[in-house]
Design a protein around this ligand. Structure first.
Ligand SMILES: *Cc1c(COP(=O)(O)O)cnc(C)c1O
Length: 405
């Protein structure tokens, strides 16, 4: 499909990052494990170190000086991700959370102020609230929907020392869409770096950098990995944001195993097909859920009734399979727990984006943004099972919800 004049499609997912010459004519790149890289001579050593110092390494075409700067397996994955995101360079981290926290740390220093959406992934919030102050960085939390009130309201969030604007759209528990282009534009005008957690939309359905954001973060743990067997985070930077990120990952010595990059690249290959199925299954469940009298509202920006639907339609080219369900008030806790606990096909587990369906209650103490709703909320990650089986499981669950006592 065409987005912003660039072709980001399942076809691209299949082809990116492949270099059959470097792969000895095999389809996939080799899994290269390595620390030491051998240099031809002193001049070669000097040249590789110069390239590293000047930021010219890291795209797979030029050999690196040492394993920490990325094996060919890392670089094949980075290259594919960078092309999908329309960025300058990418890097992988040991977890999605590290990618979020390092994407903040890379750009701030003592005395700075950062803006974090109230809807942000909870551990990112905890980091901003409890850890940043130890380094003299103050975080304030803003309403993710502030963009709806216009540019002036967004500008009013910024202080003279605001160095970074963090975005997450939609929020992965409460699903508010943000006006990303507006927010990123204000950040840029104020001299602040903008960083977005783009995990829900995946690099296939939203390209934040084309909308003015500087750094796009993913929990590759989710849809990129796709099989609940990988924990990894990524950042993709534009040219402006890359030098500080590169310096940060090199200075902290942040790297991931080539095995994990190999799994992530393998995950990308089938991500288009998986996402189409995740969404179709989510929409079948949503159609059924909307007919249940206990359901107050579905939290899913691809749904025409969702408050963020217009923004989703304007900015994103698709949707993944994670959504929330807000129930009407007055459902007793014991009934709600019986509903969740009795699920047979839906696992009760954190994370999402794997092949298995998950259902968790949204813990009210973590939903900092008042969901504009006081009833109980649960979140479903649609897996790859048959939708009819999942709906049968939900049907039995709603029967438990309705049972007397
Ligand atoms: C899961 C998740 C993360 C963190 O990823 P981990 O690999 O589990 O650390 C960050 N942001 C969002 C939106 C997530 O869903």
């Amino acid at each position: 499909m065409k987005e912003n004049g660039t072709d980001r499609s399942a076809t691209q997912l299949v082809r990116l990052g492949r270099d059959t010459r470097a792969s000895f004519d095999f389809v996939n790149p080799p899994l290269v494990r390595g620390s030491t890289v051998l240099h031809g001579d002193v001049a070669d050593m000097r040249e590789r170190v110069r390239r590293r110092n000047e930021g010219e390494d890291g795209e797979g075409d030029t050999p690196v000086a040492y394993g920490i700067y990325g094996t060919p397996t890392h670089l094949a994955f980075y290259k594919a991700l960078t092309a999908l995101e329309g960025g300058h360079r990418s890097w992988a981290f040991p977890s999605g959370l590290t990618a979020c926290t390092m994407a903040i740390l890379a750009y701030v220093q003592h005395g700075d102020h950062v803006l974090i959406p109230d809807s942000v992934y909870w551990p990112t919030r905890r980091f901003a609230r409890d850890t940043l102050p130890r380094y003299g960085v103050e975080a304030s939390f803003y309403d993710p929907r502030v963009g709806e009130q216009g540019r002036g309201a967004v500008e009013a969030l910024f202080r003279p020392n605001t160095r970074l604007l963090f975005l997450e759209s939609p929020g992965s528990l409460t699903f508010e869409m943000q006006d990303v282009p507006l927010m990123a534009d204000v950040a840029r005008a104020r001299g602040a770096v903008s960083v977005i957690d783009n995990t829900w939309a995946t690099p296939l359905y939203f390209q934040p950098l084309a909308h003015g954001v500087d750094v796009s973060v993913h929990a590759a743990t989710k849809y990129i990995g796709g099989h609940s067997d990988l924990i990894m985070g990524t950042v993709t930077c534009n040219e402006r944001a890359w030098p500080r990120m590169r310096e940060t990952v090199h200075h902290y010595g942040l790297t991931t195993s080539p095995d994990d990059c190999w799994l992530a690249l393998r995950g990308l290959r089938s991500m288009g097909a998986r996402l189409a199925q995740h969404r179709a299954t989510a929409e079948s469940m949503i159609a059924w859920l909307k007919r249940q009298p206990e359901v107050e509202r579905i939290l899913y920006p691809a749904d025409p009734d969702d408050a963020g639907h217009a923004l989703w339609k304007r900015d994103m080219s698709g949707a993944s399979g994670l959504f929330g369900v807000a129930l009407k008030q007055g459902i007793a806790e014991a009934r709600f727990h019986a509903f969740v606990d009795g699920m047979r096909l839906f696992g009760r587990g954190y994370s999402w984006g794997g092949f298995e369906s998950l259902l968790i209650p949204a813990l009210p103490e973590r939903a900092v943004v008042p969901l504009a709703h006081s009833g109980r909320v649960f979140r479903i990650g649609a897996g790859l099972e048959d939708a009819s089986d999942l709906i049968a499981d939900l049907e039995a669950g709603f029967a438990r919800l309705r049972a007397a006592g």
